[in-house]
Design a binder for this molecule. Structure first.
Ligand SMILES: [Cu+2]
Length: 242
């Protein structure tokens, strides 16, 4: 038993350094197209750092279990029961409680406040979900079904609703997602940072993120980020074409 502490400790240290280095130097997150995406990604990376030593401990114990305790054909008994180790239990409880409360506050409450704490917006766009399409209502009352056009560098509030079942309004490039619930209006905010289309980035799209029926996977719609002037031209043109 005692001879296991040093190798497990060293393995733990090694895995921790490896996982933190991977988090820091391997870009696993897609491109950010909104201010909200920066907040969400920072929270994601912070949780990866905090999770690294925890996962490293699991990997260290498993690795040592495979290498250090490899079967030599002899029958082995289980190790001594650890249930009365007060110091270990107390330390574990204090550390995990502190971590849980810490992430609840930041990035939890702090991040949510950054994304949707301030209720101001430059434009309000209505999003109505239905099996299996999205209907958009622009500030001038015009509607569209084929794509979502939003102005860059403007804060947009989306008033999300559903006419039938649960859906979820998700724009991966903006990292925002909110449920569309029949009878319960929900809201989400985005501030796009650059102009672009779904040809530039496949994540620049609205995608349903709540299994809503046979057409769920196809319940997607391209997002086009344009300048403020182009946005206003576009929504005016929707009225003229009818
Ligand atoms: Cu759906």
């Amino acid at each position: 038993m005692r001879r296991s502490w040093l190798p497990v400790g060293l393995l733990w240290l090694g895995y921790t350094v490896l996982l933190i280095a991977l988090t820091k130097y391997v870009a696993i997150l897609p491109a950010q197209w909104a201010e909200e995406a920066q907040v969400v990604d920072e929270a994601f990376i912070l949780l990866m750092y905090l999770g690294s030593p925890v996962m490293a401990l699991v990997l260290a114990v498993m690795t040592w279990g495979i290498i250090g305790w490899r079967s030599d054909g002899a029958d082995r008994e289980d190790g001594p029961n650890q249930q009365n180790n007060r110091v270990l239990v107390t330390t574990w409880l204090v550390i995990t409680s502190a971590l849980a409360i810490g992430v609840l506050i930041n990035p939890g409450f702090v991040g949510l406040a950054e994304i949707r704490g301030e209720p101001s917006s430059d434009y309000v766009i209505g999003i109505q979900a239905a099996q299996f399409f999205w209907e958009i209502t622009y500030p001038n009352g015009e509607t569209a079904l084929d794509e979502l056009v939003v102005p860059a560098e403007k804060r947009v509030r989306y008033d999300v609703s559903s006419v039938d079942v649960l859906h979820s309004f998700w724009i991966p490039a903006f990292r925002v997602k909110i449920d569309a619930v029949p009878g319960v209006p929900t809201q989400v905010y985005t501030t796009a940072t650059a102009e672009g289309t779904s040809d530039d980035d496949v994540n620049l799209r609205v995608q349903c993120a709540e299994l809503c029926g046979a057409g769920h996977a196809a319940m997607a719609m391209p997002v086009r980020v344009v300048s403020d002037a182009e946005f206003n031209e576009y929504i005016e043109s929707l009225g003229g074409s009818e």
